[in-house]
Design a protein around this ligand. Sequence first.
Ligand code: PLP
Length: 366
Amino acid sequence: MLTTLAGTRVEDLDTPAMLIDLDAMDRNIAHIAGTLKAAGVNWRPHAKGHKTPAIAHRQIAAGAIGVTCAKLGEAEVFAQNGVKDILIASQVVGPIKARRLAALIASTGSDVVVAVDDASNVRELDAAAGELGVRPRVVIEIDTGMQRAGTQPGAPTVELAKLVHSLPNLRFAGVMSWEGHAVSMKDHEVRREAIERSIGQLLETAEACRAAGLPVEIVSCGGSGTYLTTSKQQGITEVQAGGATLGDIFYRELQSPAEPALTLMVQVISRPTPDRIIFDAGRKTVDPTTRSPEVRGVEGVVGLGLSAEHGTLKLDRPNTEIKVGDRLYFDIGYHDQALHLHENLYAVRDGVVVGVWPTLSRGKIQ
Ligand SMILES: Cc1ncc(COP(=O)(O)O)c(C=O)c1O
């Protein structure tokens, strides 16, 4: 049914619709892939923002080794849709999930690597893997300054790594961390120093694992807000930057090289007064929490309001040109909190839909 929309002109699509400028996205993909290739580092893009196997396969075609996921449910979708190498960069905890992880590997044959930071969790993953006859690869997540999950660098990490390595049904594969605390540091020097400190701890701990006789093949880190610096740190093996594939105002304000590739197309549904425009997209279409979207080409906007399913533009002057039924186009504030609200993304080239891509892992929060 949806495939019949390929070839449709954008203005003939129904609204709200999330459009991807395919050429801009491909330029972003080429830029990230090229930067990491030049640095001799693998690219394992985080898929939590786009949630879309079609985009993952475009990244893989450009050189990515697989994807990073935040949730087991996301990993299930990507594995079932042909992604062979997946890092779950978070803990998979409890007997239900431990069994699901093992079953996923058994049923798809995908190499699903999981992050751990706790001995009891490691033992339950080992037990479930043993029951289903698989041997997942495991990395230790290290807290290198973000103060989220993760073991402390140095000895505590090496201890846990030794435990993983000693168990029959797990394969110790290395270490990961995410230097996310550096992203919002405005001063470039301060940000660079924080990234280097963070990655320094990751690399030193990787070395300590090697010194203890453990095989460290993965040293994974990095995101869209850090990869230009992170990828230059000698010794890391892969970078998880994902959001820079699509870009948005958030990344633009970080002075990321990512070109904004997304447009939210909405429709005006009411003009109650000359200084107010009501359109058909609210917080259930685009979440403004991290960064508000911005309308393009409307003069005198002094306020944007988003209720559940309505958007309101408040103007500082009367406007009678914009009519009910007209389309408006928004730049996305932070796409991580927008794309999962959409069933499909519309890939567009020269104003024509060339692909309708289901966001198959949206809602996969378990
Ligand atoms: C584990 C992990 N890696 C990497 C990232 C960076 O993701 P992105 O490149 O989409 O900003 C995040 C973002 O929250 C993350 O949680």
